[in-house]
Design a protein around this ligand. Structure first.
Ligand SMILES: [Zn+2]
Ligand SMILES: [Zn+2]
Length: 110
């Protein structure tokens, strides 16, 4: 087992080429509702950036517009997830009720 370095590596930033402590950039949205070409997710290797470039990159990623198709698919999935959540809560409530009834009948049998 190798010990992870406590401090980030100092090397040449992939963006500004200055020698600074570098951080691996990881896109915030590693999941898309539909397969879409995405500059950030499609990279084979994420860049190593200094904190300043890292922040600039994150800003750019967050402000990147979603395609209309992806926007619609995302809203659809979020709606689906909300519905599923409701169904699961309902199912849990039903089960709790059944268990309560079962508990009462068991007690009666005893
Ligand atoms: Zn930089
Ligand atoms: Zn992406």
């Amino acid at each position: 087992m190798t010990d992870q370095p406590e401090r980030p590596v100092e090397a040449s930033c992939d963006r500004c080429k200055q020698t600074r402590p570098l951080f691996l950039y990881q896109p915030d949205h590693n999941m898309h509702a539909i397969p879409v070409p995405c500059e950030w997710c499609d990279r084979d290797t994420q860049p190593l950036l200094c904190s300043r470039c890292w922040g600039v990159e994150r800003e750019r990623e967050l402000n990147a517009p979603m395609s209309a198709d992806e926007q619609a698919a995302t809203e659809f999935l979020l709606g689906l997830a909300a519905n599923t959540g409701r169904l699961i809560r309902q199912a849990e409530a039903d089960r709790a009720e059944c268990e309560a009834i079962a508990a009462v009948s068991t007690t009666r049998e005893d």
